[in-house]
Design a protein. Sequence first.
Length: 455
Amino acid sequence: MRELNTTQPEMVEKERLAREAEIARDMQQSLLPHGSVAAGSFVLVGDHRAAAEVGGDYYDIFPLEDGRIGFAIADVSGRGLGGCLVMSMLSVLLRALRFAYHTPTLLLVALEENLRPTLPRGAFVMMLYGVLDPTTGRVTFACAGHTPVLVYRAASRSVEWRYGRAVPIGAVGGDALARMLCDETIDLEPGDLMVNFTDGYNETMREGMGDQLGLPRMGEIVTRHAPSGPRAVIDALAAAMRDGSQSDVPLDDETLLIVGYTGPAIVLRTGSVAGSDAVARAETAAPLVVLAAARRAGAPLTLAADLAQLVEIRGWIAACADLRDLDARSARLLESALYEVSANVVEHGYRDRAGATFDLWWAPGRTASEPPTDPAAAARERVRTGCFVVQDRGVPFQPPHQSFLDFADPRVRRRGRGIGLHMVRRILDSIHYHPGTAEGNLTLMVFDPDRAGQT
């Protein structure tokens, strides 16, 4: 009985502490962004995996003046509720001061001035703050004791490391941080990535592996997966951290923040002789916006990376409310074009990789204000003003820059290559290919039933 009386208060105290830690973790998650942020040809996307114990990792993405985008990633020393509390104060201060200081250095110094009086003894904050100008591709940033920045260069398929020289926020008294900080710049080109991460990735011992992931290994993983975009890099690094582990819970907070230059769309010239509203939207709208519209419409077709499975496209067209009223000829042409684009994903993007899948979406166009008298004509209008989207995470496709094939040339018939792409370009009104976005490779297609295949 005496042992029971001693154990029961201990159990109550453990449950109380566990509940407080759960509340703190929920609060920590609520302060982090959700989803990616698109800005022109750029995308910013982050990822956070919390340790079993409450930690102090933090990242944020937010708009600034003149269309610029601010971003930050930080790691508060120590763990537990104290680190979580400092992280929360940092988040509030950053949001409050972001418009008052126009350079990353000045902002970090201001953060230290406001945080230092409240930091626990021995606590400090390792932090990077940057500003992206999407009109020029230039990132201006300052680093206060944070891990190095990994820059992937698409042109050379290589990585660069940028090391900061300043101390962490709150680590040294006086004006040491202000004297050591300086603004640095990175000019991003199409396909480049700026990868920011906390030391939970490169320094934490991987459970079951007995080693750290390390900077060289991180560089190799980024180089291999960067052509598929920021999300592919995040997934690959997370998989490397879990390799050999029996637990999905990391030993330390693992936080990533990637700035990616997806570059302009690759436009495959088609046979259409006049533009349409839908073509104009496909040319100017951000691909992630079109994908979001398709998701709101629902009813995607998920296909296995297997040519034999592509026969499902016919049934999907027949079942889709906006497509099933198309006349037989238009439906057959549309099926052929979607089949050829999907076959390209299977053969070149996934290279017949077992278990891989990709999605085919439909973003509906406008609907007539008055009830249609001709269902077939109404269906053609909805399709003409809508957009098809193929979303995959395979190897980005490099379409050939060639004119239309001349089938009067016997060499073309003997070679037999490029016929599928030629047919797609004849059928579709426009094709805009966006490789390496935050949501993978996106192919946006506009189909006009009245012009398909006639040029």
